[in-house]
Design a protein around this ligand. Sequence first.
Ligand code: NAP
Length: 408
Amino acid sequence: MAALGFSAGNRTVLAEIDDSETASSFVAGFCNYHLRLTRGTLSGLLNPHYFAKGFLAKGVAIKGVAMEYRFLGKSGLQVSALSFGAWVTFQDQLDVDKAYQCMKTAFDAGVNFFDNAEVYAGGMAETIMGQVLKKAGWRRSDLVISTKIFWGGTPQGPGQPVKSGPNDRGLSRKHIIEGIDAALARLDLDYVDLIYCHRPDIDTPIEETVWAMNQVVQQGKALYWGTSEWSAAQIRRAYDIARREHLIPPTMEQPQYNMFSRDRVESEFAPLYDEIGLGTTIWSPLASGILTGKYNDGIPEGSRLSLKNYQWLRPELESEAGKAKVAKVKKLMPVAQELGCTMAQLAIAWCLTNDDVSTVITGASSPAQITENMAALKIAELLTPDVQERIEDILDNRPQGEQNWRGM
Ligand SMILES: NC(=O)c1ccc[n+]([C@@H]2O[C@H](COP(=O)([O-])OP(=O)(O)OC[C@H]3O[C@@H](n4cnc5c(N)ncnc54)[C@H](OP(=O)(O)O)[C@@H]3O)[C@@H](O)[C@H]2O)c1
């Protein structure tokens, strides 16, 4: 078994090859692809999905699924196209041992980015992730670890009740500086790779937040900073302030993105990808599980929507809008069946086909779900324009984008 890696365009593909003959076909396939690219005749093949498909069409067997690494916006950092996050699951469903099994399954599949936040399980999700990292002993340089600051964690230490004073939340300089120190203590790390402003804070001037984030990065406590669920206008304002003041600008945004929630990523943020080189680390690709089809006939015992602390998610399913979503999932399931995949794999693969998505942050309550979800990388190769059009017809929610009035 040999591991091979190639870069093309802004993508890197790694594959495990089982024998030398297959390895030489893989190399030949890559060279052929690269030659065609450099001649500029098939620039459409820059899309990594066609790239991988080219090899498959040649009958080259790639063992397992090759993880793909994408640049985080215009930064030099590469994140695995599929990543893994700790929301809901760490502490409420997964203790340290189970979290270790999940993170190991993800890591073994090539995942390098693990997402967290100070508020997840009141700080315990960071504590558990820190313990898993200790136990696993992976090289720090093989990992991209994040946290997010806004609602506070447990400044007093793991296991302590969350006490929330007026300065334990928001994006003031005080909470950002104290929040990152508390998060690093829980994670037992010297630095996180990514730090996010978990929401916009309308009570704090963006200038104050930009200066504080710049300070955190300059101090080496985080390597890149970004935002989560900020509007395009707020991100642009932060970027412009950073440029004006010669500070480090935001690199990435963490928005919700899935088959039901598309407007921000596909329409509102569109100018920012080129203009400021924004990367996106998207969340809830399965809409908390609705896109697996598991809620088609009610709420199964032990599923996320059955959990006591997450009853507030139930309107996502039980409202009229929720029922319309389930109806769409039922129509999408035959498409998944024809492609030979599960509904979860189809929904994750669909997110992967968007080139403006740097990484799809998956969530899972078991290693088996992770194994299933990682195989979505292979399914993304099957989403041809025809299949995509069928999906569009069912979803019927394509963002319109800007009107071109010249054609009127
Ligand atoms: N920035 C933000 O504001 C924000 C917000 C939310 C999430 N996030 C990040 O994004 C990550 C992913 O979000 P998410 O957990 O909501 O993702 P998701 O993919 O929408 O939902 C994951 C949940 O769906 C179920 N599931 C996953 N794979 C499955 C499969 N193959 N078959 C059946 N059920 C499956 C599991 O729940 P059950 O098994 O319990 O049903 C799992 O925990 C989070 O961990 C967090 O890091 C960020």
